[in-house]
Ligand binder design. Sequence first.
Ligand code: S3P
Length: 190
Amino acid sequence: MADPDGPYHVVLVGMMGTGKTTVGKRVARLLDRPFVDADAELVRRSGRSVADWFADSGEVAFRQAEADLLTELLEQAHPTVVAAGGGVVVEERSRARLSRPDTFVVWLRADASFLASRVARKEHRPLLAEDRVGTLDRLAAERQPWYAEVADAIIDVAPVHQRAERPKWVLAEQVVDAVLAHESAGAVGR
Ligand code: S3P
């Protein structure tokens, strides 16, 4: 685990289509910390696409593998930036891990209408194979309390997209500001 007095692991959570991967990469670069996209890492290690996981082993097995990987990634002492899969909060043990004090969790929050306009019908998102908008709506409502439970900071994505020219860069800067504010508050308390 990272030092509970910081610097912390940074984990981005939020629904599919909020930009966790792109924002996470940029955050890692700005903080000069390593970056891991959890889905991509799972695919790399297992040699199976997310769609294959869902089709061959089912969602429950995928959630277990996702939770195992999260535990492992956050076990390392070196503070790391992780873009989690959108459904990571479904699993109770993942929420418990995210709630530990060595990990700073940022929820990139957006409602279903914003997400629907951004999430293409892509193969790596098997949950959206049918009724994309309805599914996003249902999942966003179901997961909202879980994202809220683990989040140390919440950033609303849609207003930044409406306002800014390079929204994901601006979002990354907002994440970094939140991380640094939290870390310097921790340092003051030491
Ligand atoms: C999922 C989100 C996806 C991927 C899988 C399931 C979800 O990750 O883990 O398709 O349940 O929200 P992204 O949020 O990175 O697209």
